[in-house]
Design a protein around this ligand. Structure first.
Ligand SMILES: C[S@@+](CC[C@H](N)C(=O)[O-])C[C@H]1O[C@@H](n2cnc3c(N)ncnc32)[C@H](O)[C@@H]1O
Length: 216
């Protein structure tokens, strides 16, 4: 869902850009490394600060970035106008139904968007679908613990049902075939979770089913 006016002001703000540049992406890079020369997708790119970071800091060759809100995409187009169109594509889209073929990206970045999606597990399955086997998922997410805080409840607008803790988010990734292991960190008393996982060839549930059936 689109951000309300308060959250838009908080996101389209130099303080948010500072946190994203100097804290979140530093942590992501420490955990998961760079994506030099790779083809990358960013979901929920907002005004494009993350896209710029993916090019400049992470070294991507190509970035495809989308957001459900056309106003955000217009801001991102303005910010990123210097990048050539054979390296950057920006479009309006929905992370719960990503317009891309299966297995087309080396990496996917999520800077705090999946907690905005009512059917967030569907968005995870879309990320898994568009990643190539071995491709990496870089994520920073907001947990139900944060969403339950007075400020979030009073001023921001999020889906109310079926939100996730840090552990539940990572478990869902693993269940759907993104291996995270120890490559994750909670911060601000568990309000946020940052991490990097890679797409396995098989989902955890398939591996367990095969093990139980004795077929492996
Ligand atoms: C909290 S903001 C984060 C924006 C940006 N990634 C950042 O870190 O500054 C969440 C973004 O996700 C977008 N969004 C929400 N639901 C979405 C969906 N289903 N598909 C794509 N983008 C979505 C919102 O419009 C918003 O720009």
């Amino acid at each position: 869902m689109k951000l309300n006016r308060v959250e838009k002001a908080l996101m389209n703000n130099p303080v948010r850009a500072l946190v994203q540049r100097h804290y979140e992406s530093t942590l992501m890079q420490q955990i998961g490394g760079r994506v030099s020369g790779e083809r990358v997708l960013e979901i929920g790119c907002g005004r494009g600060v993350g896209t710029e970071i993916i090019f400049k800091r992470f070294g991507a060759q190509e970035v495809h970035a989308f957001d459900v809100d056309p106003e955000m995409i217009a801001l991102a187009r303005r910010r990123l106008s210097a990048f050539p169109c054979d390296q950057l594509s920006l479009f309006v889209g929905d992370a719960a139904a990503i317009e891309a073929e299966d297995g087309t990206f080396d990496a996917v970045f999520d800077f705090g968007i999946i907690h905005h999606i009512p059917d967030w597990k569907r968005a995870v399955s879309e990320v898994v679908r568009v990643l190539r086997p071995g491709g990496r998922f870089f994520f920073e997410e907001v947990t139900q613990q944060a969403l339950a805080r007075w400020f979030y409840r009073t001023f921001l607008d999020h889906p109310k049902l079926d939100r996730f803790s840090a552990r539940e988010f990572v478990e869902e990734l693993q269940e759907q075939g993104i291996i995270v292991g120890e490559n994750t960190k909670e911060w601000f008393f568990g309000d946020f979770v940052v991490g990097v996982g890679y797409k396995a060839n098989k989902t955890l549930s398939l591996i367990l089913r095969e093990k139980n059936d004795g077929t492996t």
